[in-house]
Unconditional design. Structure first.
Length: 294
């Protein structure tokens, strides 16, 4: 008899452990909600990388074997170099290399195990609302054999996570949120950027302009005195348009995307250089191939 565990029973098991911890805490006169919730959070944080592997575990005659499912074929790093995810957004076609998808890489499986077969075969170009990529700083390198050990050791400590989506006007933000910010002295490491503090979000905010404009740049850095994180993060938001020499259509040349990228705060002084490299990466992914949209 074959029985696959699946993800739902595993999650239910973690929740039951939380209930058990809450029950024991109540017997000892402690807050059951705190201890139950803490138990669930700790177990999930420790085991989340192993959950996909455990979910595919199969019991066969009392022995445990690893399930092999054709539609969930694991793509190795060598295979991923030759695979592009073919997508389209706002009439611009992109071929996004799979090696720029760090979050999909599973260290236990040593590859990518959650890529839809249709995208691998590349028969259809999907219309999407977001395109996300990951890269290793400072060179914005994709996942490679030479940096794989570095990635597995540092994980997100030296990674950049970026996305482009449909353009977003800033009028709403300046109308309802800007006036709540507190003006601060500008910082030498971010020349030309206006420094504010967000007391509700506990973050330092930097603007290229003090009013809504299509060229606006906003940088948000968590307050390290409030958020005690091993890797403080800054988020840069700006605009991106494909370079004129990589597109043919006049309408596409006018397309503007909203670009957002997260990077460790230690790199924030290099945000302009990193931003230019990132835009160049997206330009390299733009393709003029006409394909059917799904």
């Amino acid at each position: 008899m074959v029985f696959k565990i699946g993800l739902l029973p595993i999650m239910l098991g973690i929740v039951l452990l939380g209930f058990f911890a809450a029950k024991m805490a109540r017997k000892r006169g402690k807050n059951p909600l705190v201890w139950g919730g803490l138990t669930i959070a700790v177990i999930t944080a420790v085991t989340w990388q192993y959950l996909p592997v455990w979910a595919e575990t199969v019991y066969y005659r009392g022995k445990i074997k690893q399930s092999t499912i054709p539609q969930r074929k694991v793509i190795s790093l060598e295979e991923a170099k030759k695979i592009n995810i073919r997508v389209s957004m706002d009439d611009v076609n992109f071929d996004v290399p799979l090696v720029y998808n760090f979050k999909g890489y599973n260290q236990q499986l040593r590859g990518w195990g959650n890529v839809p077969q249709k995208q691998i075969e590349g028969k259809k170009r999907l219309a999407v609302d977001f395109i996300k990529i990951d890269a290793l700083l400072p060179d914005l390198s994709p996942l490679r054999e030479e940096n794989l050990a570095q990635f597995e050791k540092l994980e997100w400590g030296q990674s950049l996570h970026a996305s482009i989506t449909h353009t977003r006007p800033w009028d709403y933000y300046f109308k309802y949120f800007f006036e709540k910010l507190q003006r601060q002295p500008d910082l030498p490491k971010l020349p030309g950027m206006l420094h504010y503090y967000d007391p509700s979000g506990k973050a330092d905010i930097f603007f290229s302009h003090d009013h809504p404009t299509d060229e606006l740049v906003r940088i948000r850095c968590d307050d390290v005195n409030f958020f005690h994180s091993a890797f403080p993060i800054c988020v840069v938001e700006t605009s991106y348009s494909p370079a004129p020499d990589v597109v043919l259509s006049k309408s596409v040349k006018k397309t503007v995307f909203h670009l957002r990228y997260e990077l460790p705060s230690q790199y924030i002084a290099q945000w302009q250089t990193i931003g230019q490299k990132l835009k160049s990466r997206f330009d390299q992914m733009v393709t003029i191939n006409a394909t059917f949209l799904n």
